[in-house]
Design a protein around this ligand. Structure first.
Ligand code: NDP
Length: 240
């Protein structure tokens, strides 16, 4: 059985929250990590803290060429790539009637195109090596729709569909969806409607810490090659 310690893992959105916690969890398990996000100073601080098996590069997941370069840089650094964790995401909630087209576009760009750009960047490599693992971070919002979250939920439903499609099309590639419930992170810091920001604060009264999601990612990664964890849903105890 090959353990997590052998793996080269790429993580997007590792500058905060769930991505940062996942980097900590997987580094502790001995994985070699290549972490990305737009805020390079945070990535550098995390890589410096975690030590020699963690490298970083600034990445905007909405830019396909940038994602290709990110993956090439990781391969140059470590010689191979075993896992991509597509974690980067945004959640600037608003009601549809507010017509916040810019926010709709940003959610679609980051949450859907970001995941697709990641898949495009690693898929030829995974097919050529006959193995690989794509872990997409969706949400319980991939299973339900809530007022003010129509577009966000739409993007996460899409991530769920794309993950399942990847699984169906590629026997040689493992495909995992991680669907967190409410987690205390910076997500939603860009919500501009005060009532929605207040509601989010209320939901977070009962929330997970990001390490709970990091352990779910680790669980999927440490399975033997013949085992594909298709989805893990993680909610705080007694959540709705
Ligand atoms: P954070 O806001 O803490 O982290 C989001 C990360 O995404 C940051 O590292 C940010 O980095 C990165 N990011 C945003 N835009 C881009 C971009 N264009 N290119 C590259 N990186 C980008 O939130 P979470 O940790 O909570 O979110 C992680 C994932 O978990 C998201 O997909 C989110 O939808 C999902 N999720 C979160 C839940 C929660 O309750 N917190 C619940 C369910 C799902 P930077 O700004 O430096 O680029």
């Amino acid at each position: 059985m090959s353990g997590i310690i052998d793996k080269v893992v790429l993580i997007t959105g590792a500058s905060s929250g769930i991505g940062e916690a996942t980097a900590r969890e997987l580094a502790a398990a001995g994985a070699r990590l290549f972490i990305g996000a737009r805020r390079g100073e945070r990535l550098k601080a995390l890589a410096d803290e975690l030590g020699g098996t963690v490298a970083w590069r600034e990445l905007d997941v909405t830019d396909g060429a940038d994602f290709d370069a990110f993956v090439d840089a990781a391969a140059a650094q470590f010689g191979r790539i075993d896992v991509l964790v597509n974690n980067a995401g945004v959640m600037p909630l608003s009601p549809l009637a507010a017509l916040k087209r810019d926010k709709w576009k940003r959610m679609v760009d980051v949450n859907i195109h970001g995941v697709l750009n990641g898949i495009a960047a690693v898929l030829p490599r995974f097919v050529a090596q006959g193995s690989g693992h794509v872990v997409n971070v969706a949400s319980v919002a991939a299973h339900m729709v809530m007022p003010t979250a129509a577009v966000y939920c739409g993007t996460k439903h899409a991530v769920r569909a794309i993950t399942e499609g990847l699984r169906q099309e590629h026997d040689e590639i493992r495909s995992t969806l991680i669907s967190p419930g409410v987690v205390a992170t910076e997500l939603g810091h860009d919500i501009t409607e005060p009532d929605i920001a207040a509601a989010l604060k209320g939901w977070r009264q009962k929330s997970l810490t990001p390490d709970a999601i990091a352990r779910a990612v680790r669980y999927a990664l440490e399975q033997p090659e013949g085992v594909d964890i298709n989805e893990v849903i993680v909610r705080p105890t007694a959540a709705d």
